[in-house]
Write a protein that binds this ligand. Structure first.
Ligand code: ADP
Ligand code: MG
Ligand code: ZN
Length: 627
C-alpha cells in the first residue's frame, strides 16, 4: 500500500540525484570544447588564450573569446591533446603570448575524497533519502511503508497524560473495582514492593466494541497520574516486516524509563490471534514477529518496575494461548454492555454539557435502549443535541431523544419511490414479523413497525426486550426464529411466491439456528456439546467428524424449517389480523406499539424472562427488513 506521496518523493530524490551529479562534475561552468592542436596553436598565435594547464600531453585552457569546436559548439574553456611527435617549442610560444602556464602531475590521482564523492555521492544521497523515508515509515508503523509519511506520528512514541478518570466511566463499576488495584499499585509502587506482593504485569480487557475498554485504560492512567503509552495492534497488520517488533521494543523501553507507567495495546486480537488457528496462507510474519516481541518484552521485565501492560480485545476466545500464560495477561477483566442503570449513568455523563429541557428523563431513555453500549449512548446524546439544534430549539427535549433513538435503532430514513405493489408486499412482510412478535409466546414486544425505507431496509419491525436479558432460553430463541421468518411466511401465504426481500432475515435465522446447534446444545441429535466458536458460523478448524458436520447441517435445517412452518401456520390462522395490520400500515406508513395492538386487537406480551446476549455479544434490537 504505497501512497502516491511515496512515489513523488522517490521521483524528486532521483531528479535531485541526477542534478547533483551534474553539478559535481561541471560545477556550473561553461562546457569544455575539444579542439584540434592546430586550432589551439592558431588561438595562441591570435593572442586569444589566457591560461593553459597541462596534464601530461593533454592541455586544457581558457580563452578570451569563445572558441568553436568542429561541431560548432563554442566555449571559453577548451581542451586539446598535444601530439607526442610534436616538436614545436610550445613553451616559448606561450611565453611570447603571455599565456599563464600550469601543470598537473599526470600520475597524481585525484584526491580520494573527491573520487569517492564523485562516484558514490549520488548513491549515498539516495541511500540516505531511503533511510530517512523508511525511518518515517517505521515511526508511522501502520499502513505499510510510507503509508502515512509526512504525518506526525509522535503520539505513538510519546507518553500521554490522560485527563480522564474513573468519573468519566459509568455503568461498569465491577470493572472499575478490578482496576482500582492497578491504580493503587501505580500510585504507590513502594508500598506493594515492601510487602512482597506481586501485581499482575498484564491485564486484558475483554468486551464488545464500544463498551469503553479504551476509555477505561486511559482512565486508569488518569487516575494513577502516570504516563500512558499506547499502540493499536491493528496498525501492524500491514506494516513492513520488522516495524512492529521494533516499535514494541521502543515502546517498552520508553515506558520502563518513565515508570511508573501504563502500556496499552489496543485491539490485541489483530495480532494475537492464535497462531495455530486460522487458515493462514503462508502465515503473517509481521504479525507473528510483533506478537513474539510483545511476549519477549513482557517476560523481560518485572512488574515491580512499575510498568503495567493493559490490552483490549473484542475476542478473547481467538487469542493465542501464549498471551494468556502466567506472567503475561494473566488477569482478565470482562467489560459487559451496561444494564439499564448503567445506561442511565452513561447518558448522564455524556449530557453533562448538553442543555436539557426539564421534560428529559434519562432513566426513561435508558429503559428504551437495551443493548446499546457506551459509544452508542454517546452518539445518541449527540444526535439528540444536533436534532434540537437543527430545529432551533433552546434545549434538547424528550422528543429529540425519541427521534434519536429511532434513528439509532432503525437507521435513517431514505427517500425512494416504490410501486404500489412493492409497498403492499413490504407491508405484508413487515406485518408478518410484527404479528408473530405478538403471537409467539416469549417474543420480544413489538415497539414499532414501518414501511418507510431506512438504511438498507425497505421496511423495519422493531422489537426490543422489556429489560436487559442475561440468558437466552430455547423457547425465546425459537420465538425469534419464528418472528424472523414471519416476513417470508407472510409473502408466501399472500402471494404464493417468495422474494429476495428476506435475505437479512435468513441470515439472522441461520446464525441463531447454527448457534443453537453447535454452541448451546439445543439439538438432541447433536447433543450437549459445543463445537463452535463465538462466531457460530466460523468453523475454521473442525474439531468434529464429517458425520457430525452433516448432522449439524441437518439439525440447523430442521430447526429453521420447523420455525418456518410454525410461522406459516400462525399467520394462516390469523389471516384477518395480518390483512388488517397491512391495511393500517399502507395507510399510515408507521405504527407504534399501541396502534399495532389496537389494529390487531391483541394484547401485549407481559411475561418476560430476563436475559442478555451470551458472552457479552451485542444484543441487537430485532430489526427485520426487506433489503
Ligand atoms: P471500546 O474501546 O471498548 O471499543 P471506547 O472506549 O473506544 O470503547 O468507547 C468509545 C466512547 O464511548 C468513549 O470514548 C466514551 O465516550 C463512550 N463510552 C463507552 N463506554 C462508556 C462508559 N462505560 N462510560 C462512559 N462513556 C463510555
Ligand atoms: Mg477501543
Ligand atoms: Zn423481514
Amino acid at each position: 500500500m504505497r501512497s502516491a506521496r511515496f512515489w513523488i518523493i522517490l521521483a524528486v530524490l532521483f531528479a535531485a540525484n541526477i542534478l547533483i551529479s551534474n553539478l559535481l562534475t561541471s560545477a556550473g561552468q561553461p562546457p569544455t570544447v575539444t579542439i584540434s592542436y592546430n586550432s589551439f596553436l592558431d588561438q595562441v598565435n591570435a593572442g586569444n588564450v589566457t591560461s593553459v594547464t597541462s596534464t601530461g600531453e593533454s592541455i586544457t585552457g581558457v580563452a578570451k573569446t569563445a572558441v568553436k569546436d568542429s561541431s560548432g559548439t563554442s566555449s571559453t574553456k577548451f581542451q586539446t591533446q598535444r601530439p607526442a611527435f610534436a616538436t614545436d617549442d610550445l613553451e616559448t610560444l606561450l611565453i611570447g603570448h603571455k599565456v599563464v602556464m600550469n601543470a598537473k602531475d599526470p600520475n597524481a590521482s585525484t584526491p580520494l575524497w573527491e573520487t569517492l564523492l564523485f562516484s558514490f555521492g549520488p548513491t549515498i544521497l539516495l541511500v540516505i533519502g531511503f533511510l530517512y523515508l523508511s525511518r518515517r515509515a517505521a515511526a508511522a508503523g501502520a499502513g505499510g511503508i510510507l503509508g502515512s509519511f509526512g504525518q506526525s506520528r509522535a503520539r505513538l512514541y510519546d507518553a500521554e497524560k490522560p485527563s480522564v478518570t474513573f468519573a468519566d466511566v459509568a455503568g461498569i463499576d465491577e470493572v472499575k473495582a478490578d482496576l482500582q488495584e492497578v491504580v493503587d499499585f501505580l500510585r504507590e509502587p513502594q508500598k506493594y514492593q515492601r510487602l512482597g506482593g506481586t501485581v499482575p504485569k498484564g491485564v486484558l480487557l475483554i468486551g464488545a466494541p464500544g463498551t469503553g475498554k479504551t476509555l477505561l485504560a486511559r482512565a486508569v492512567a488518569g487516575e494513577a497520574k502516570v504516563p500512558f503509552f499506547s499502540i493499536a495492534a491493528s496498525e501492524f497488520v500491514e506494516a513492513i516486516v520488522g516495524v512492529g517488533a521494533s516499535r514494541v521494543r521502543d515502546l517498552f523501553s520508553k515506558a520502563r524509563a518513565a515508570a511508573p507507567a501504563i502500556i496499552f495495546i489496543d485491539e490485541l486480537d489483530a495480532i494475537g490471534r492464535s497462531r495455530a488457528a486460522a487458515l493462514r496462507v503462508g502465515g503473517n510474519d509481521e504479525q507473528e514477529q510483533t506478537l513474539n516481541q510483545i511476549l519477549t518484552e513482557m517476560d523481560g521485565f518485572d512488574s515491580r518496575e512499575g510498568v503495567i501492560v493493559l490490552a483490549a480485545t473484542n475476542r478473547a476466545d481467538v487469542l493465542d494461548p501464549a498471551l494468556l500464560r502466567p506472567g503475561r495477561f494473566d488477569r482478565r477483566v470482562t467489560v459487559q454492555p451496561p444494564d439499564r442503570r448503567g445506561r442511565a449513568e452513561i447518558l448522564r455523563i455524556h449530557s453533562r454539557h448538553v442543555v436539557l429541557a426539564p421534560d428529559v428523563d434519562l432513566d426513561q431513555v435508558a429503559s428504551q435502549t437495551p443493548g446499546l453500549v457506551g459509544a452508542d449512548l454517546r452518539n445518541l446524546v449527540n444526535e439528540a443535541a444536533l436534532g434540537a439544534a437543527r430545529k432551533g430549539e433552546a434545549a434538547v427535549t424528550m422528543a429529540d431523544f425519541a427521534e434519536a433513538i429511532e434513528r439509532t435503532l432503525l437507521g435513517t430514513e431514505r427517500k425512494i419511490l416504490l410501486s404500489d405493489l412493492d409497498r403492499e408486499r413490504i407491508a405484508y412482510h413487515e406485518s408478518g414479523h410484527a404479528l408473530l412478535g405478538l403471537l409467539v409466546p416469549g417474543a420480544d414486544p413489538v415497539k414499532k413497525v414501518t414501511i418507510i425505507p431506512r438504511g438498507q431496509a425497505l421496511g423495519v419491525t422493531l422489537q426490543s426486550p422489556i429489560d436487559d436479558r442475561f440468558n437466552y432460553g430455547e423457547d425465546y430463541l425459537r420465538a425469534r426464529l419464528v418472528g424472523a421468518l414471519g416476513g417470508r411466511a407472510a409473502e408466501k401465504i399472500v402471494y404464493g411466491v417468495v422474494t429476495t426481500g428476506a435475505e437479512n432475515d435468513l441470515l439472522q435465522v441461520t446464525r441463531i439456528a447454527q448457534q443453537m446447534v453447535v454452541r448451546w446444545g439445543m439439538s438432541p441429535k447433536v447433543g450437549p456439546l459445543n463445537y463452535g466458536d463465538s462466531d457460530g458460523a466460523a468453523f475454521q478448524q473442525r474439531t468434529y467428524s464429517e458425520g457430525t458436520a452433516q448432522l449439524i447441517d441437518e439439525e440447523v435445517r430442521r430447526i429453521s424449517e420447523e420455525c418456518l412452518a410454525e410461522a406459516e401456520r400462525l399467520l394462516q390462522e390469523h389471516r384477518s389480523q395480518l390483512d388488517a395490520l397491512t391495511r393500517a400500515l399502507l395507510k399510515s406508513d408507521s405504527l407504534d406499539e399501541a396502534e399495532i395492538l389496537e389494529v390487531t386487537g391483541l394484547k401485549a406480551q407481559t411475561e418476560q424472562r430476563v436475559s442478555v446476549p451470551p458472552d457479552g455479544q451485542r444484543q441487537q434490537a430485532l430489526r427485520t427488513g426487506r433489503t
